[in-house]
Design a protein around this ligand. Structure first.
Ligand code: F6P
Length: 345
């Protein structure tokens, strides 16, 4: 195994609890076991394009295991959408004598990593996203923390719902995948869970809400930001697209709360959890998963096993081709959603 390599690391896309745990594991094992030099690139792919760097030393990664966000900063920069982006990225890497990159990110960041491997840049990927929608890994770190936060919010909102006999609609993240909605809804005992994978009938939602009120309890409805009513459209905060073609979603919760009020005559409120779901310290599960991903990613780099992503399969960390991980999104299977539906109302 070659020791003494120069390894560049970056974190891209939305921040996510556990990113710092990966950085710590990569740096600790990279330096103390393999005698590599670790160079942090700041602000996602913007770092190698614009030569924004910061050395990752043993000192620098002290006391960051439980810190949320990322000490490297992040962005949704797509180097393939920037003039000379790839040439500049290659130039920076060469200038710092970086032998390989570790890219920590979701579908977009790892999509770029996959393209770069075809363009001659040696990259190993690490899957992160609170949305848990990356294929080829059982779980991504960040998801457990997001579900915990959303579940705690549901538990707290139940107090007001019951005291005021109101319907409470909780909007959670998830553009195309309803994993956070499904898991937090199940854990919080929601009376309706709505996911982007299946269009919902407002009439049916109202029926479930009324059933709950009839039993003298107040309903909690968990809705993913990307959920769509039958024949309707996604709700957008803005139609503007980011460098990966994503619009900003939001508003379905408020819209649905209004519909429920109009159709049932009962008071109804919407709460949008937004970035609280990505904020703060990671759960123990996410710290362990992120740490194991980091340890295995630096092994893959040292083995020269590029174009791969570390992934969780059962309880093992394995390596899968980046192409496999980024080919399609892992959405909630309809039969899994149907399991939960039995508990609605
Ligand atoms: O990281 C993915 C995600 O959490 C999506 O669920 C959400 O739509 C998006 O990030 C919002 O991110 P931002 O507001 O940072 O653009």
């Amino acid at each position: 195994m070659p020791a003494g390599m120069r390894v560049g690391v970056l974190t891209g896309g939305g921040d996510c609890p556990g990113l710092n745990a990966v950085l710590r594991a990569v740096t600790r094992k990279g330096i103390s076991v393999y005698e590599h030099g670790i160079l942090g690139f700041r602000s996602g792919w913007q770092g190698p394009v614009e030569d924004l760097t910061t050395p990752l030393t043993l000192d620098r990664v002290e006391e960051i295991l439980n810190r949320g966000g990322t000490i490297l900063g992040s962005s949704r920069t797509n180097p393939y959408k920037i003039d000379d982006g790839i040439a500049r990225l290659k130039e920076t890497i060469a200038q710092h004598r970086v032998d390989a990159l570790i890219a920590i990110g979701g579908e977009d960041t790892l999509g770029v990593a996959e393209q770069l491997t075809h363009d001659g840049v040696p990259v190993v990927g690490v899957p992160k996203t609170i949305d848990n929608d990356l294929d080829a890994t059982d779980y991504t770190f960040g998801f457990d923390t997001a579900v915990h936060i959303a579940t705690e919010a549901i538990d707290r909102l139940r107090t007001t719902a019951e005291s005021h006999h109101r319907a409470l609609v909780v909007e959670v993240m998830g553009r195309h995948a309803g994993w956070i909605a499904l898991h937090s809804g199940l854990a919080g005992g929601a009376n309706v869970i709505l996911v982007p994978e299946q269009e919902f009938s407002v009439e049916k939602v109202v029926e479930w809400v009324e059933q709950r009120f009839e039993r003298q309890y107040a309903p909690i409805i968990v809705v993913a930001e990307g959920a769509v009513p039958e024949g309707g459209m996604e709700r957008l905060v803005t139609g503007e697209k980011d460098a990966f073609g994503h619009v900003r979603l939001g508003g379905v919760g408020t819209w649905l709360a209004d519909e429920i009020s109009k159709r049932t005559g009962k008071e109804s409120r919407a709460v949008v959890l937004g970035h609280t779901q990505r904020g703060g310290t990671p759960t123990a599960y996410d710290r362990v998963l992120a740490t194991r991903f980091g340890l295995h990613a630096i092994d893959a780099v040292t083995d020269g096993d590029f174009g791969k992503m570390v992934a969780l399969r059962g309880t093992d960390i394995i390596r899968v081709p980046l192409s496999e991980a980024t080919a399609s999104l892992k959405t909630v299977p309809l039969e899994r959603y149907a399991e939960a539906e039995v508990l609605f109302g």
